[in-house]
Design a protein around this ligand. Structure first.
Ligand SMILES: [Zn+2]
Length: 491
């Protein structure tokens, strides 16, 4: 890694991403087959349209168009008044029609952009070049589980699933930036309800175009397309690898090929796939079975009005109006469901209690969700219980330590914090008579500390507080104990 970094120091990366995202519709893009059949038996979600039978005609799914439009609006794109479906012609066993219906010269959206945060340094923005609608192809199976087959099976359940392809401008200059762009894009798409973006179900897929050039140059280098990027981490690693590889070729006076390369996850390097096919090889032409897609202004405006608050705006509101740290605001706004949960818990609370709610969510709740592998939606602790815990901490009934225990018990038993406080005697003891008894015992048992205290060594108070805590099994209200010790030693 170190060697690569040194070799590529005078080179910079110019990269763009092509993201395919499956729209969260019930049915496919041009037929009424089930679009949520992931995991179903092969070839059970198919019909004459999506298997390309002669005479079967496509009918455009309005819900898919609306989700595509929402994606474009959420990314600040311009919706074209009219766009055209084209046939992209090629033969492959997972594509029975021998053409894919896509949009080519006239996509439905152009322009726009996405701002993404980076660990170090200010946020960055990548422009979006275009977004178009297209149908997915089927799937070829060369193995079942770990068993390699001596033949290939075809599953057409994916054929005709609705996708948007979101193409960025080449505005990314590192693997880390590409990773951050994808994280931000996924957040926006989930917030807007466009897709659940589950990579394991193939709902979000990414190809990268990457070139390098010497720092200071303005002309673009030879573009290499990188495929087989199965995770955001793979995108990051593959791009950083390509920077090192391409820089090494150029440094040695070599020439880069315009080609497609596959990321080898095991070997952690890219391998040449095939010479880049020219776009005209696909013989695109408008699909004669589908009319132009017209984005009527009233329709578009009603979709725009239906968009929820997006992550960037939410982050700003949390950091601004609510006064949270940028870090906390970023964590809470990263998932729509988590932000909603936080807002439910914080509603109507005083600012100090809101801060306590934030701490409970970012430490206790997220820690537990992570360790159990659960999404926020399945969290067994209702937002109202978090709010109540925060109030009990604020009014001194629960110490932070006892609140942690109450949280854990609420998670496990489903009981509310108040019920637990009463039932388990979790509450702090604030009874002055009882506390004064303990304080007097502690003072009697620690004459040296009392002497130090009277001599003005204020730190000695900690030893007496500790003794009282021991007597009370950790339940004494520390603020009150401090006050009582001062009272008892003043005389
Ligand atoms: Zn179908």
């Amino acid at each position: 890694m170190g060697a690569v970094d040194m070799n590529s120091a005078d080179f910079e990366m110019v990269a763009g991403l092509e993201v395919h995202c499956q729209l969260a519709t019930k049915t496919k893009l041009f037929c009424s087959c089930d679009a949520q059949s992931f995991g179903a038996q092969a070839n059970t979600a198919v019909c004459p349209v999506c298997t390309g039978q002669p005479g079967a005609l496509p009918v455009l799914n309005r819900a898919a168009v609306e989700l595509g439009f929402k994606a474009a609006l959420a990314l600040g794109c311009r919706l074209e008044g009219s766009s055209v479906f084209a046939r992209k012609n090629y033969f492959y066993p997972d594509l029975p029609k021998a053409y894919q219906i896509s949009q080519y010269e006239q996509p439905f959206a152009t322009g726009g952009g996405l701002t993404f945060g980076l660990k170090d340094g200010p946020a960055k923005r990548a422009r979006i070049r275009r977004i178009h609608l297209e149908e997915d192809a089927g799937k070829l199976l060369h193995a079942i589980g770990s068993r390699e087959l001596d033949h290939t099976l075809v599953d057409l359940n994916r054929c005709g699933l609705p996708l948007v392809e979101i193409v960025s401008e080449p505005d990314l200059s590192s693997g880390e930036e590409a990773h951050a762009y994808l994280v931000a894009l996924k957040e926006v798409l989930i917030y807007a309800g466009v897709s659940s973006c589950d990579m394991e179900k193939g709902e979000l897929r990414c190809d990268a175009n990457v070139s390098v050039r010497r720092k200071g140059e303005t002309a673009l280098g030879t573009k290499v397309e990188v495929k087989n990027l199965n995770s955001f981490k793979a995108v990051k690693e593959a791009l950083d690898h390509e920077l090192g590889r391409q820089a090494a070729v150029l440094r040695e006076g070599g020439r880069l090929l315009q080609e497609s390369r596959l990321w080898d996850h095991e070997a952690r390097r890219t391998e040449a796939m095939r010479a880049k096919e020219e776009a005209h090889d696909y013989r695109y032409f408008p699909d004669p079975d589908l009319p132009a897609l017209v984005a009527e202004p009233g329709w578009v405006e009603s979709l725009r009005a239906g968009l929820p608050e997006l992550p960037a705006a939410r982050r700003e509101r949390y950091a601004g109006a609510l006064g949270l740290s940028d870090y906390d605001a970023g964590v809470l706004a990263s998932q729509r469901a988590l932000g909603d949960y936080f807002e439910d818990a914080a509603r109507g609370l005083a600012p100090a209690a809101v801060k306590t709610v934030v701490n409970l969510i970012t430490t206790e709740l997220l820690g537990r969700l992570n360790s159990e592998g659960l999404p926020v939606e399945r969290c067994p602790v209702p937002a109202a219980a978090i709010a109540r815990l925060a109030i009990l901490i604020q009014n001194g009934t629960l110490s932070t330590r006892l609140a942690k225990e109450a949280f854990a018990r609420t998670w496990e038993s489903g009981k509310g914090p108040d019920e637990l406080v009463a039932e388990l005697a979790l509450g702090q003891i604030s009874d002055e008579g009882q506390l004064r008894d303990w304080v007097r015992s502690a003072l009697g048992a620690n004459p040296k500390a009392v002497e130090d205290l009277k001599a003005g060594k204020d730190r000695a108070i900690g030893r007496i507080v500790g003794a009282v805590m021991k007597l009370s099994k950790g339940k004494a209200n520390p603020a009150l104990v401090n006050r009582l010790i001062k009272e008892e030693t003043k005389a």
